[in-house]
Write a protein that binds this ligand. Sequence first.
Ligand SMILES: Cc1cc2nc3c(=O)[nH]c(=O)nc-3n(C[C@H](O)[C@H](O)[C@H](O)COP(=O)(O)OP(=O)(O)OC[C@H]3O[C@@H](n4cnc5c(N)ncnc54)[C@H](O)[C@@H]3O)c2cc1C
Length: 222
Amino acid sequence: MHVGLISYTPDPEGVIAAAARISVSNVSALDLKEKQTPERVAGLLKYLLSAGHLSPFEHASFTFAIDGISRVTSHQLVRHRLASYTQQSQRYVSFKKLDFVTPNTIAAKPDWLAKYNEAVQNAHRLYCEMLDAGIPAEDARYILPNAAETRLVMTMNARELMNAAGLRLCLRAQWEIIQLFDYVKREVEKVAPLIAEQLQAKCYRLGYCDERESCGLFPTRQ
Ligand SMILES: Cc1cc2nc3c(=O)[nH]c(=O)nc-3n(C[C@H](O)[C@H](O)[C@H](O)COP(=O)(O)OP(=O)(O)OC[C@H]3O[C@@H](n4cnc5c(N)ncnc54)[C@H](O)[C@@H]3O)c2cc1C
């Protein structure tokens, strides 16, 4: 898996702070942004988060190139609706070579790993035979496994990043999407450390676990 930041709102934290201050100012956000200090920005972001005033966080967006995740994980990822996605097509791209993800629980057991690899290779062989027989890739792909790797570009604003990370960095989420959001967080850290700090499992914000059973990090509400 590889995650890289392609593009982002310049000075994302400054933009959020200036946008927030416009609601109580009588001057342009241009002036507000020019005059604000890093300390003021940090203080304001902290206040917005504690008060739950999250809409200014929608003004900062991040665009990621995500390569080498399984179709299992891309399906989970695109459930986050307040984002934009463009995914490699299995209709227009044919996969003469199939890259696929192997979960550690399977990789750790040689007998099961052999069966897993064989099943994936059999499916892929049939896929290639169908392509050779003139069956279009859009139909032959029905046989490809969920393990097949995919690539996509995702654009999310900071508010949705915090929401999605809150859900997907929870230890109850699946390992591959946890790993994906770990990489997303690392990329955001490089350009917006205050926002990156907020990319964490939701229990850190709540102070308790709202799942039925806690992983032990925080107690449940009961
Ligand atoms: C551990 C885990 C297990 C899961 N298991 C399953 C499962 O078994 N089956 C399954 O189907 N899904 C499952 N999901 C997916 C989950 O139900 C959500 O669809 C997904 O996490 C998207 O998050 P979200 O609801 O915050 O929506 P997002 O699309 O990320 O939207 C962000 C926020 O915007 C608001 N919003 C967005 N759209 C609407 C709308 N139409 N109406 C009102 N408010 C809206 C909500 O406040 C929402 O929280 C699972 C998720 C996790 C983290």
